[in-house]
Write a protein that binds this ligand. Sequence first.
Ligand code: OKP
Ligand code: ZN
Length: 348
Amino acid sequence: MKIFHNPDHRAHSGRHEMYRGRLVACHEVPARLDHVMNELQHRPMGELLAPPPAPRARLERVHSARYLDFLAHAWNEWVAQDPANAEMDVLPSVWPARGFRSDVPPDNFSARVGLFSFDAGTPLTAGTWQAAQTGAACALAAADAVLAGDRSAFALTRPPGHHAGPDFLGGYCFLNSGALAAQALRDGGAQRVAVLDVDYHHGNGTQTVFYDRADVLTVSIHGDPRTEYPFYLGHADETGEGNGLGTNLNLPLPRGTGFDTWLAALDTAIARVHAFRADALVVPLGLDSFEGDPISGFTLRSADYPRVGERLAAMGLPTVFTFEGGYAVAEVGINTVNVLEGFQHTRA
Ligand code: OKP
Ligand code: ZN
């Protein structure tokens, strides 16, 4: 499979995230992707390519113009407020909860940061926009490869994407790679696209992008939001709305869930994708279901991941993978390539 990697990913390197009332070191670090690249040197899975730039119009298929403008200018605005800000990351501290207006973007910069975000754990840095744009380009290039006839392609990029919505960042995510890939597949001629999100955390951004649409099925297997991030979405009773009623499936599982139960959920997810008669598949591939993940609660082992790839390959659909979470940094390369290897050696 072609692997579109993000040569600009290092430009996004957060200094800190808010956690239990303090600023702590970021989990979502450049070394994560370096470990995957390194493992791919030992176990090549396909051609490693840099993507062509992403036209703004393709980003606007998923994200609002005012959100993209905000991201493009946020760092300059932040530093313009005070040159000393260049030594700090942007984090929000005020948000419009229910009853507040979100249709009038405030002139005040901090207030605008809050308007376009949902947590204080997603630092925006000098290089975030560049890294995010090239990451989106990876997702689009992977979708284009599949549209051109490739069986599969991998958008190997960070920051991740699946928590980012039409006009908000959060959960370490800025532009939604999986949603951009799914939309690109639709725009390129796929009639029905399924997104099967296997990251430990609910793919709230992707769900929100497609919630009222019948042409894209969104399925997510994740830690139960009653106890797990992102907390406010991802319950089993969220099934879609309007035209999209019946085209969202959430499979929340309790902390401590092991591979057998997880695999049964994957089979449920796969059955739904088949029932939907999808003609292309997007897999937001998070490796934070791993037992050693420092911020997650499932207990999958490295040896389980090839079987995940096998199951996905057996679906027989043109498939775009996007790299999402996975914070056991030393193992994330092995676990990622294990999935790809299982996929590669299996035919439908
Ligand atoms: C992003 B992805 C830990 C608190 C949780 C947000 C987790 C985002 C996960 N300090 N912070 O889905 O892997
Ligand atoms: Zn995650």
